[in-house]
Design a protein around this ligand. Structure first.
Ligand code: SAH
Length: 237
């Protein structure tokens, strides 16, 4: 191969990489196909709840990833995606898994800690829950608020520290924490309704999903999958 051919091929590959991967070149039909493939993969991984699968099919995940971070190849892949501010949107399997575990019923009051992109909140709203979500990074809270509104999801987003919960709206039927505290925050347990459930990743270097259930005032804790989430940080007091 001559030097000219090598340069020509590199240019062609570069052109392919920049045009083929940029999100804005995809049609709604292309995105729909990717979403269908994602849902098929979730089914293969063992997600069974039809309503959760339907919600994952209905929400346009790529719109929740800020434009600067959108790549066609990554939006629907089963891995976390960067969303800016050093944060990530969880991989589809974990979103579906945590949602399925909580068995959310229509009109239940759900508190999410770590709004991030707003994607998990949209899935919860799609299930008919009344969603309250807290995000500590103002830029992410603003982005999530905008996209949730634009997509017609009536989610309440609070810019603040999730360790405090949302006392004015407590108690909650379900609490979903999508960032990892070292140990279970008692304030959030206190804001759980009788019969309520909570799912959270806990730990620092090694994290576990924990599922808590409040029954007759007692809290029962179950250890679930090993996971890796971004840490739940403490805000300024
Ligand atoms: N559920 C999100 C992904 C969350 S990533 C989604 O669907 O996209 C974890 C998020 O938790 C990050 O946005 C991070 O800023 C936020 N976070 C970390 N500590 C927090 C705290 N104390 N209170 C509220 N949000 C927090």
């Amino acid at each position: 191969m001559t030097m000219f051919q090598i340069i020509l091929m590199s240019c062609m590959l570069l052109a392919l990489a920049t045009t083929g991967c940029r999100a804005e070149n995809l049609s709604p039909e292309d995105w729909r196909e990717r979403r269908t493939a994602m849902v098929e993969q979730l089914r293969a991984y063992g997600i069974k709840d039809k309503q959760v699968l339907n919600a994952m099919n209905s929400v346009w995940r790529h719109l929740f990833i800020p434009e600067s971070h959108q790549r066609a190849a990554t939006a629907y892949g089963d891995h976390p995606c960067p969303i800016g501010q050093g944060q990530t949107i969880s991989q589809p399997f974990i979103v579906a898994y945590m949602t399925e575990k909580m068995q959310i019923k229509k009109n239940e009051k759900v508190l999410e800690i770590g709004t991030g992109s707003g994607y998990q909140a949209a899935i919860l709203a799609e299930l008919g829950a009344k969603v309250y979500s807290i995000e500590i990074v103002p830029e992410l809270a603003d982005h999530a608020r905008n996209i949730l509104k634009a997509e017609g999801y009536g989610v309440n987003v609070l810019t603040g520290d999730g360790y405090k919960g949302w006392p004015a709206e407590a108690p909650f039927d379900v609490v979903i924490v999508t960032c990892a505290p070292k140990k279970v925050p008692q304030t959030l347990v206190d804001q759980l309704a009788e019969g309520g459930r909570m799912i959270l990743p806990a730990g620092r270097l090694e994290q576990r999903l924990l599922i808590l259930r409040k029954k007759d005032g007692e809290v029962h804790t179950e250890r679930d999958l090993p996971v890796r989430f971004v840490p739940m940080v403490h805000g300024n007091k």
